[in-house]
Design a protein around this ligand. Structure first.
Ligand SMILES: O=C(O)c1ccccc1NCC(=O)[C@H](O)[C@H](O)COP(=O)(O)O
Length: 261
């Protein structure tokens, strides 16, 4: 069983519990649910750097990355760095995140916020909007085509952007549909945890140009971004490289300054 299978088994239990504690109508009545969202895809299209900076305390591949920072400071730092958007991991068991992290990030910055989660139920999309997200992630490896359609259409009806993540051609062919905004190629092999930017380079040729292309995971240098830009990538999701430092905002600022110089 790979790590995604394990995560999904736990996630189903977690979502069932959350549903029994907070009914959907309560989420829909929250102040944030009605707010106007901020589009990540528009920011990426207009940007020369395309950085989506992640808040990530730990992960299955790296265990501890940084447990000593608070999410508000990280969000403020990323906004000062002028990143295009912030990704907030909300999974607790494997990544040490929470929906409170999303709420605190929302209260601390005006960046487009991606709820980085293993979405397996429409309930989590309603939650994403109610806790301040502008974008949801859908993972091709854990969803059927019917689920991707249902989930992405619900997200669009709530004015949320949709980032669909793939690891290979099969997931891409299964998932392509007009209700997606961005196609993200994850460079991390979830069986071995090895990262290879070749995955993004190889899959770029078969991603239709209607979608903004995002490269995810294992990006730690400006040279890597320049190489990926040549393959049509407009977005770059970076977690560990910023979060392993004492000040992720400063690290992102230096990175973007180098990239744009
Ligand atoms: O990061 C992991 O170990 C991981 C394991 C299993 C499923 C997902 C995982 N990561 C989620 C992500 O997509 C990354 O946090 C994101 O792309 C940033 O990656 P990085 O820059 O390498 O921290």
């Amino acid at each position: 069983m790979n790590i995604l299978d394990k995560i999904v088994i736990d996630k189903r239990k977690e979502v069932d519990l959350r549903k029994s504690l907070i009914p959907i109508h309560q989420l829909e009545a929250s102040i944030l649910f009605e707010r106007k969202t901020n589009s990540l895809v528009q920011k990426l299209k207009a940007s020369t750097s395309g950085i989506i900076a992640e808040h990530k305390r730990r992960s299955p591949s790296k265990s501890v990355i940084n447990q000593s920072l608070n999410v508000q400071d990280v969000a403020i730092g990323y906004e000062e760095a002028a990143v295009c958007g912030m990704s907030v991991l909300t999974d607790g068991k494997y990544f040490g995140g929470s929906l409170d992290d999303l709420l605190l990030a929302r209260a601390s910055c005006n960046l487009p916020l991606l709820r980085k989660e293993f979405i397996i139920d429409t309930y989590q999309i309603i939650e994403a909007k109610a806790y301040g997200a502008d974008v949801i992630l859908l993972i091709g490896a854990i969803l059927t085509r019917e689920e991707i359609k249902q989930f992405s259409e619900l997200a669009k009806s709530l004015s949320l952007d949709v980032l669909l993540e793939i690891h290979n051609e099969e997931e891409l062919q299964k998932s392509i549909m007009p209700s997606l905004d961005m196609l993200g190629v994850n460079n991390r092999n979830l069986k071995t945890f090895e990262v290879s930017l070749e995955t993004s380079k190889q899959l770029s040729q078969i991603i239709p140009n209607d979608f903004v292309k995002v490269s995810e995971s294992g990006i730690s240098s400006v040279e890597a971004i320049r190489a990926l830009q040549a393959y049509g990538y407009k977005g770059f999701l970076i977690g560990e490289n910023f979060m392993k430092t004492d000040n992720p905002g400063v690290s992102a600022t230096e990175f973007i300054n180098t990239l744009e110089s």
